[in-house]
Design a protein around this ligand. Structure first.
Ligand SMILES: [Fe+2]
Ligand SMILES: [Fe+2]
Length: 390
């Protein structure tokens, strides 16, 4: 079989090879393509190009299709499919960073990721959560009226600054933990990477706005307690994705939902109310992903629940000797809910913080129950959660 192609004035240095390739595709191996054209270097370039691509030439301007280009794709493999429903359980290490659904040429590098099993990270909710998260990104500069006029009594301002200082510390860990896992998960589970990447971006904004509010009135930042940092250090040390998302997202960020709601109600200035509101919306997605993944994994792996239980117990034992939440944060929360130093107001503030801790505990028990723990066990495990909230 033979054919003819006229490149006209286009040489192989100006894209002519695409025209030739396109024409060759219609020919069988061994088929002949007569190449015409006016480019003076055409014959020289054609010979060199043909050798490189595994074709041969005859009489200078006839190409004979070789088998190399089709041989290149023998042994090629589809890396699953584009749709989330086509995610495979164990993507091949030879797929490496190929797009899910791509035809992967054989012979590439073998790339291993720490986490290459679907059920260790997946949640069917991931694609929807990612879309929702991407649509809900806000601009810290535009979403908050940083110039809003307000003046607080110095002690109330100091209480806000203390709480903000504490929040920044916690947000930093909430960024580092998912960011670390992000680089350890096989990119075949694309939507999980996307969810974690946006989660990290959310935390970056939270760090930003809480730090800005802390410094808004020019005062120095508050204190960082050793107990709080000890609690956060245990989150950084957890190497298992399920256990880390359990401790961070379900228990820690779950508990933070109550804290942020509390601050949204009791913060004495519009900036603090606004930023805790914005952060809370993001946090509810982080909790939702943690829950969705753990529900997925728990349904398939009967050993997960006992491992979750011992993760809480282990962490509790490690933190036993620490104070947990630093007293300055606790006292600041009381003062914010009180609004003044009137004894009756302080008593009201104290009761509000007790109520907050009760709401946090209830939330944890509800989530633990949803993960399949019997109510009595859920209550016992919730009580072992770190006093640092996160
Ligand atoms: Fe956050
Ligand atoms: Fe978060």
């Amino acid at each position: 079989m033979s054919a003819t192609i006229d490149l006209e004035a286009v040489g192989l240095d100006r894209g002519g090879h695409l025209l030739i390739q396109h024409a060759l595709e219609a020919l069988p191996i061994g088929g002949e393509l007569h190449v015409l054209g006016r480019d003076p270097a055409l014959h020289v370039h054609l010979g060199a190009w043909a050798r490189r691509e595994g074709h041969s030439t005859k009489d200078g301007d006839i190409l004979i299709r070789g088998s190399a280009s089709s041989a290149r794709w023998t042994g090629a493999e589809r890396a699953g499919g584009y749709a989330p429903s086509e995610v495979v359980n164990k993507p091949s290490a030879t797929w490496g960073v190929a797009a899910r659904g791509a035809l992967v040429e054989a012979g590439g590098p073998v790339v291993h990721f720490d986490i290459e099993e679907k059920d260790l990270v997946w949640a069917d909710l991931a694609p929807r959560l990612y879309a929702q998260a991407a649509a809900s990104q806000w601009d810290p500069q535009a979403a908050v009226d940083w110039d809003a006029a307000f003046e607080l009594p110095p002690e109330i301002e100091a209480a806000v600054v203390q709480v903000m200082t504490y929040l920044v510390e916690n947000e930093q860990v909430a960024l580092i933990v998912p960011a670390r896992f992000l680089s350890r998960i096989h990119p075949h589970f694309r939507e999980v990477l996307q969810v974690l990447a946006v989660q990290a971006a959310d935390e970056a904004r939270h760090m930003d706005v809480f730090a800005r509010r802390a410094a808004l009135k020019g005062g120095p930042l508050g204190v960082s307690g050793a107990g709080g940092r000890a609690s956060l250090a245990t989150l950084l040390q957890e190497p298992d994705f399920a256990l880390a998302s359990f401790l961070l997202s379900v228990l820690g960020e779950g508990t933070f939902l109550s804290l942020l709601s509390f601050l949204e109600v009791h913060a004495p200035d519009p900036v603090s109310r606004r930023i805790t509101h914005l952060a809370r919306q993001d946090e509810s997605r982080h909790v939702a992903f943690g829950m969705a993944h753990l529900e997925h994994q728990a349904a398939l792996d009967g050993t997960l629940r006992p491992r979750l239980r011992s993760a809480i117990e282990r962490r509790h034992d490690v933190l036993m000797e620490t104070v947990g939440l630093n007293q300055e944060v606790f006292d600041s929360l009381v003062l914010l809910a009180a609004g003044s130093w009137q004894p009756e107001a302080i008593a009201r503030g104290y009761a509000a913080v007790e109520e907050l801790q009760h709401a946090m505990d209830e939330g944890r028990q509800r989530r633990l129950t949803r993960l399949g723990f019997p109510p009595a066990e859920a209550a016992a495990l919730s009580a072992l959660h770190t006093r640092n909230f996160m």
